[in-house]
Design a protein. Structure first.
Length: 154
């Protein structure tokens, strides 16, 4: 039987360390059957960050890969706090923020990097929720992407 954990294993991707809060907030919060994840950044497997602005330092493909890396950091937080991706039933909402030049207009394409990852982990019925993808003038530490999300738990 396919599970989110087995689906993730098939992707051959590596989770970075679960990010630690850099301010006064919780990385995740469970309220009833919902899991809220705070905004996550582009944490790589070695703990460093992908840095740069889309349309200036990074092209669209690099931006999409950065969004996938944010999704991996979010999965790491889920595993660190819930023990397993299998505890998540579905993705409800994703808010993706893109650090980009003012003329950039393809924010949804960038955030697809995370959304496609979630669809691969939980399947298209449960891994695709509602979503917003917006451009920002800047993001913390000049990361290219920050994403927050809400999930339903089993």
């Amino acid at each position: 039987m396919e599970t989110p954990e087995s689906n993730f294993a098939k992707l051959g991707l590596t989770l970075p360390p679960a990010p630690k809060p850099l301010g006064v907030y919780k990385p995740c919060l469970i309220d009833g059957k919902h899991l809220y994840l705070s905004g996550h950044g582009t944490v790589k497997a070695d703990g460093s960050l992908i840095i740069g602005r889309i349309g200036q330092d990074l092209d669209m493909e690099a931006g999409k890969k950065a969004a996938q890396q944010v999704g991996l950091a979010m999965l790491a937080t889920i595993k660190a706090n819930l023990g397993s991706l299998n505890r998540v039933k579905r993705v409800i909402k994703v808010l993706g923020m893109v650090n980009c030049v003012s003329t950039f207009e393809k924010h949804p394409y960038i955030i697809n990097g995370c959304s496609e990852l979630f669809a691969n982990v939980w399947g298209t019925d449960y891994g695709v929720g509602v979503r917003s993808a917006v451009g920002m003038g800047t993001l913390p530490d000049n990361i290219p992407v920050e994403i927050e999300a809400i999930f339903e738990l089993h």
